[in-house]
Design a protein around this ligand. Structure first.
Ligand code: AMP
Ligand code: MG
Length: 337
C-alpha cells in the first residue's frame, strides 16, 4: 500500500499529497506507466483491480497463497470458492490444466474471450492450493481485453481474479464501482473505461468426459454447443459435486477431523494455529489468518495419511478470513453421506 502511494505521487508531481483524495491515489488510467506499477504490485503479492471484457477483476498472483488469501479477505467471502486463473494464452493454460479434445476445441474457438474452462489441474501447475479451494481442478480463462492482456504480460504471473466487488454485491463494470466497493483493500485500480461485455464469463467444466455448463455468461450456451457438436447440460443441484461450495463433505479428508482441539490425542496429527510446539504442521505460528488460509488445503492433504488416526485442529478465531477457514473445516469435519 505505502509503496504504491509513493509511486502514484511520482506520477502526479504537480499535485500536493494533501490535495489528493484517497480515490485519486488508487485509480490510475491504464497506460504503460500504471501497468509497470501494477506488475510490481502483483509480483510483491499485493492486489490490483483491472478491467477485462466481462467485469473488473480483483487480481493477485495465483502462485502466491498469501496473495490469493488476500483476495478472499478483500471480498469478504464467507467461503473459499475456487477462483478463475487468468492467463495470456492457451499455451500457458496447457501447462496448468489438462486439455482434452473438448477443451482444445473451445479454446481454439473462444479464446481469447469471455469463456472459462474448468480443467483437471496439473500437479506441477505451480498454483496455490487455495486458488482451487483444494479441488483437483482449475478454472482458466484467457481474456480478450487489451488492458488485461497487457497486465498479464507485464506482471508475468498467472492472475487469480474474481469480480472486484464485495461478496454478495453486483459485479463492477467501471473503476469507480471498484473504488466504492473495495476501498483500501487494493493497492491499485487500473482504469480502462467501462467493460464491453458487462456480464461474467461463461464457465464450462470440461474436466470429465461430458461437458457441463456451470455458469451462463458472455459466450452463449448455443455457441458452445455448436462448437462441440453436442448438447451441453446445465449444472443443477444434482451436479453439486462439480460446482464446489454447495457440497457439505466434498473437501473432507479421509481421516476424521476434530475441531477446536487443545492438543492431539494418541494417534492424531495436530494441525496448529498460533504458538504450538507440539503441532505436526502449523497453519500459522504467528496466528496470521492470511498465512493460515494460504496453507489450509495443502496441509490438510499432507496430514491425510494412514500414519494418523485423525486430525485434531486447534481453534481458529471466527473473524475475517477465520470465518472462511472455519467454514471449510466444519464441512471437512461433517459426517459423510
Ligand atoms: P468469480 O470468481 O466470481 O469470477 O466466479 C468464478 C466461478 O467459477 C464460480 O462460479 C466458481 O464456482 C467457478 N469455478 C472456479 N473454479 C472452479 C473449479 N475448479 N471447479 C468448478 N467451478 C469453478
Ligand atoms: Mg463474482
Amino acid at each position: 500500500m505505502t509503496g504504491s502511494r509513493q509511486h502514484v505521487w511520482r506520477l502526479l508531481p504537480s499535485a500536493s499529497p494533501s490535495a489528493i483524495t484517497s480515490a485519486m491515489l488508487r485509480i490510475l488510467p491504464l497506460n504503460p506507466e500504471s501497468l509497470a506499477i501494477a506488475g510490481r504490485e502483483i509480483r510483491a503479492g499485493r492486489l490490483v483491480a483491472f478491467p477485462t471484457e466481462t467485469v473488473y477483476g480483483l487480481g493477485g498472483d495465483a502462485t502466491n497463497g498469501a496473495a490469493v488469501a488476500a483476495i478472499f479477505e478483500a471480498k469478504g467471502r464467507p467461503r473459499f470458492n475456487p477462483l478463475i486463473v487468468h492467463l495470456p494464452e492457451t499455451g500457458a493454460a496447457r501447462a496448468m490444466g489438462r486439455f482434452n479434445d473438448m477443451a482444445e476445441t473451445l479454446a481454439a474457438r473462444f479464446w481469447p474471450g469471455p469463456l472459462t474452462l474448468v480443467l483437471a489441474r496439473r500437479p506441477d501447475a505451480g498454483l496455490s492450493e487455495l486458488v482451487s479451494a483444494g479441488l483437483d481442478t482449475v478454472a482458466i480463462r484467457v481474456p480478450a481485453h487489451d488492458g488485461a492482456r497487457a497486465l498479464l504480460h507485464v506482471a508475468d504471473r498467472p492472475l487469480a481474479a474474481p469480480s472486484a466487488n464485495r461478496s454478495g454485491n453486483v459485479s463492477p463494470t467501471t473503476a469507480q464501482h471498484v473504488a466504492d466497493e473495495l476501498g483500501d483493500a487494493v493497492a491499485l485500480i487500473l482504469d480502462g473505461g467501462p467493460c464491453p461485455v458487462g456480464v461474467e464469463s461463461t464457465v464450462v467444466d470440461v474436466s470429465g468426459d461430458t461437458p457441463l455448463l456451470l455458469r451462463p455468461g458472455g459466450v452463449p450456451l448455443e455457441d458452445i454447443e455448436t462448437a462441440l457438436g453436442r448438447s451441453v447440460p446445465v449444472a443443477g443441484v444434482a451436479d453439486a459435486i462439480r460446482a464446489p461450495g454447495m457440497l457439505e463433505s466434498h473437501y473432507a479428508p479421509g481421516l476424521p477431523l476434530r475441531l477446536d482441539a487443545g492438543h492431539a490425542n494418541p494417534g492424531e496429527a495436530l494441525l496448529g494455529f498460533g504458538p504450538a510446539p507440539d503441532a505436526t504442521l502449523n497453519l500459522s505460528e504467528a496466528g496470521d489468518l492470511r498465512e493460515a488460509a494460504a496453507n489450509l488445503f495443502a496441509y490438510l492433504r499432507e496430514l491425510d495419511r494412514p500414519d494418523f488416526t485423525g486430525i485434531a485442529v486447534m481453534p481458529i478465531p471466527e473473524a475475517g478470513l477465520g470465518r472462511a477457514i472455519n467454514d471449510r473445516l466444519r464441512r471437512a469435519a461433517a459426517p459423510r453421506e
